[in-house]
Ligand binder design. Structure first.
Ligand SMILES: *[C@@H]1O[C@H](CO)[C@@H](O)[C@H](O)[C@H]1NC(C)=O
Ligand SMILES: *[C@@H]1O[C@H](CO)[C@@H](O)[C@H](O)[C@H]1NC(C)=O
Ligand SMILES: *[C@@H]1O[C@H](CO)[C@@H](O)[C@H](O)[C@H]1NC(C)=O
Ligand SMILES: *[C@@H]1O[C@H](CO)[C@@H](O)[C@H](O)[C@H]1NC(C)=O
Ligand SMILES: *[C@@H]1O[C@H](CO)[C@@H](O)[C@H](O)[C@H]1NC(C)=O
Ligand SMILES: *[C@@H]1O[C@H](CO)[C@@H](O)[C@H](O)[C@H]1NC(C)=O
Length: 435
């Protein structure tokens, strides 16, 4: 080998080292000249998130994913091509004019692409420290033409939004993976429902599995297991244009995420630096199995046995089924309403019933709310659902479903009763002298 050859090899190695450090070193962007190949990654500027190809669980399929860079347990928080894996290592993620991200396979066929709302003359894709992958013009770091935060997968990160655009009807929610090996859309969703009053729901397909209490300015009361929350702050926007739920960390160096898992449990996770592991902060539905089990006018109390009972002055509709712990048919009144002389019984420490047949009035006091309910013979209950000192009146126009009772619930529900059911005894028991 001559001296010239050695020099050539040397410079060849140097150039390769240089190229490697440019390509796989710490860049946070994909430009139109350098696509992202399988094996390469980009890393957000402060090193919090990483984007690249990965294979979930035991699968050999390749997906573009985003995961935390700075924690040891590889936790994928977003997947681009959920439904359309690349089956080998030939995948390439490119940014093309006018600002579209495309994922191609070995035949150069596009297997996934992003949408574009407006053009970017010099498009780049950049991974931000929030975990958001954005497409923008090279010279404009304010306006994004596309962002992954608009397309949540099974994870809600701080700053992501969940809710409904009331003008376009577009909803955003998180959906479970199919299973640990397959990130394609599974059966469970966790999102907002705006029926009656905005609240959060878990559904399996179209079937309701869990609902929170209404947004009342403080919290979603249905998540009753929450201790005073010192780690994140959630926020809800509710106006004529949109209903949005979002949250942020009090301490931005804390890591937390909200996920929908494929057995139907939504979980809030917090990374414990000392234990080097994820800790479940809460799970919904709770394992107590109190959600949606007791039927109409039934109430569930975790610490009672059996856990289902009937509201005071109601009896099981089918006593035998009820005795056999089949509570789905619920309870019925002992005495019918007559509409004219009815009154109300107060129930405290309640998870308010399902809002499917409810109506919400802003700026209506509790006394006005009672009058509104009395005026309409279909109205069976009312409550003030705003706990921030505001006045907000909810009326229930159908059977009362999914009531729960216990010290962890703080709502008060007024249930319409026949006047003969409003005896002195009931008053003393139910009102406990506080009215
Ligand atoms: C792009 O937009 C169309 C129409 O709004 C929608 O049907 C499609 O799912 C979107 N694709 C992605 C990848 O978001
Ligand atoms: C934020 O969290 C980090 C890491 O847990 C900790 O070192 C820091 O003291 C916290 N900052 C505040 C203001 O609590
Ligand atoms: C979902 O979460 C629940 C509650 O932690 C757990 O029991 C279950 O195993 C989880 N399912 C999956 C598929 O991870
Ligand atoms: C409960 O009763 C209904 C009939 O009212 C029946 O269809 C259902 O299978 C029963 N469920 C169980 C768990 O026994
Ligand atoms: C609520 O009522 C107060 C006092 O009656 C009034 O000043 C305010 O404009 C009302 N707000 C709405 C949203 O109607
Ligand atoms: C009572 O409420 C029902 C259900 O919202 C409504 O259809 C009906 O018009 C109301 N009746 C009166 C008298 O306001």
């Amino acid at each position: 080998m001559g001296l010239q050859d050695k020099k050539d090899i040397f410079s060849f190695i140097m150039i390769n080292l240089l190229l490697t450090s440019i390509v796989s070193g710490s860049t946070d962007t994909i430009t139109s000249s350098i696509p992202l190949k399988d094996g390469d990654t980009i890393i957000s500027s402060r090193g919090l998130f990483e984007l690249g190809f990965f294979s979930p669980g035991n699968s050999k399929n390749r997906y573009i994913g985003i995961w935390y860079k700075n924690i040891p347990a590889k936790t994928v928080v977003w997947v681009a091509n959920r439904e359309t894996p690349v089956i080998d290592n030939s995948g390439m993620l490119k940014i093309t004019n006018p600002g579209v991200l495309t994922l191609t396979n070995d035949k150069n066929t596009i297997v996934w692409s992003s949408n574009v709302s407006k053009a970017a003359p010099n498009p780049i894709a950049q991974l931000l420290d929030s975990g958001n992958l954005v497409v923008r013009d090279k010279n404009d770091n304010i306006n994004f033409v596309w962002q992954s935060f608009d397309y949540p997968g099974d994870t809600l990160l701080p700053g992501m939004k969940m809710g409904k655009d009331l003008v376009t009807g577009r909803e955003s929610y998180i959906t479970s993976w199919k299973n640990d090996d397959d990130p394609s859309t599974g059966e469970y969703t966790f999102g907002c429902d705006v029926t009656g009053y905005p609240h959060q729901v878990i559904k399996k397909g179209q079937v309701l599995q869990y609902r929170s209490e209404p947004w009342n300015g403080i919290d979603f009361g249905g998540i009753s297991v929450l201790p005073q929350n010192a780690i994140y702050k959630f926020d809800m926007v509710f106006n004529e244009h949109e209903v949005l739920y979002t949250y942020k960390m009090f301490n931005s160096s804390m890591i937390s995420r909200l996920t929908m898992n494929h057995s139907g449990v939504a979980q809030r996770w917090v990374w414990a630096d000392q234990a080097k592991d994820w800790i479940v902060y809460f799970s919904i539905p709770a394992a107590d199995g109190c959600d949606l089990v007791c039927g109409a006018y039934g109430t569930c109390a975790i610490n009672s046995f059996p856990k289902c009972g009937c509201l005071d002055k109601f009896v099981p509709k089918y006593q035998n089924e009820w005795n056999g712990a089949n509570w789905s048919k619920g309870c019925v009144r002992k005495r019918p309403l007559n509409c004219k002389t009815d009154g109300f019984v107060k129930h405290a420490n309640i998870k308010l019933p399902d809002f499917q047949y409810s109506m919400f009035y802003k700026n209506v006091t509790l006394a006005q709310c009672e009058k509104l309910c009395l005026k309409n013979c279909s109205c069976v209950a009312y409550a003030n659902i705003l706990k921030t000192g505001g006045t907000g009146c909810m009326l229930w126009m159908g059977d009362l479903v999914d009531i729960q009772e216990g010290p962890s619930f703080s709502s008060v529900l007024y249930v319409r009763m026949a006047s003969s059911d409003l005896g002195l005894f009931t008053k003393m028991c139910k009102h406990e002298g506080f009215d």
